[in-house]
Write a new protein. Structure first.
Length: 267
């Protein structure tokens, strides 16, 4: 009986040992998996933190860059408050636009007339020159746009209209000179679309007795914005190309006529 009990107890102990070994193996496997997961989480966290630091660094550099750009734009804005410098910038934009469409022999910057007056540019066509002025009373326009009081705005608008009309008169008097080879009209280049809109389009829509556009056209001065001036230049460039083709065709016809004459003498 005792042997049976001892055998039974030994069997129980053996089963317990087996169960313990299996449990311990599972615990070790689970521990390894937990340690591996913890290692991966730490690696991912470290990598993410490094990426975040890198992104923050790039964001800081971008913010600094935008701040510097803002300072430059602000500085440029301060420079443009001076009418002389603002006119120089307008002439620069005008020259750049002309160079994009026309060849160097088809326009000239800073053309001087016999009176000593100097226009910003002339477009050179076969039949004459088209004067282009890029100086515009932007300072009075700015004063008109910044005021909030309606009565003050109206007063500044009257001053702005007087300034523009005076500028139109100057263009007509100084630069429309057919006896010096110009056409009997000139272009007034307004250097920004919003200024053109307020000056010409909106003024025309107000239905006043004599708008700035009508006044300018009576003086044979044509207001143009950057976009409309580009269209004018495209049309002019096409016309000049047509003239060049016509000239080349005439040269070819003369050459063929000479060949025909030479061939007739040869026969």
């Amino acid at each position: 009986m005792e042997l049976v009990i001892l055998g039974f107890l030994g069997l129980i102990v053996l089963v317990l040992i087996v169960v313990w070994l299996q449990t311990n193996s599972r615990i070790n496997s689970l521990t390894e998996r937990l340690l591996d997961s913890d290692r991966r989480i730490q690696e991912a966290t470290t990598q993410s933190f490094g990426q975040i630091q890198q992104n923050l660094g790039e964001l800081a550099r971008t913010s600094h860059y935008m701040e510097e750009v803002g300072k430059e734009i602000s500085g440029l804005s301060d420079l443009l408050r001076a009418p002389k410098l603002r006119g120089g910038i307008g002439e620069l934009f005008l020259g750049d636009l002309l160079s994009q469409i026309l060849s160097p022999e088809q326009y000239k910057l800073q053309h001087t007339f016999r009176s000593g007056e100097r226009v910003d540019a002339v477009i050179i066509l076969k039949a004459g020159m088209v004067p282009v002025d890029s100086k515009f009373p932007l300072e009075s326009f700015q004063r008109m746009m910044v005021v909030e009081d309606e009565e003050e705005r109206k007063r500044h608008r009257r001053e702005f209209v007087r300034s523009v009309k005076g500028h139109i008169d100057d263009i007509a008097r100084k630069y429309i000179l057919p006896d010096e080879g110009t056409f009997n009209f000139a272009l007034m280049y307004i250097p920004a679309e919003n200024v053109y809109y307020e000056t010409i389009i909106r003024d025309e829509a107000l239905g006043e007795e004599k708008s700035l556009l009508n006044y300018a056209l009576e003086k044979r001065v044509i207001p143009v914005s950057p976009n409309s001036f580009y269209a004018y230049l495209q049309a002019i460039a096409l016309g000049l190309s047509g003239l060049q083709i016509e000239k080349r065709a005439q040269e070819i016809m003369r050459y063929l006529a000479r060949l025909q004459g030479d061939f007739g003498r040869f026969k």
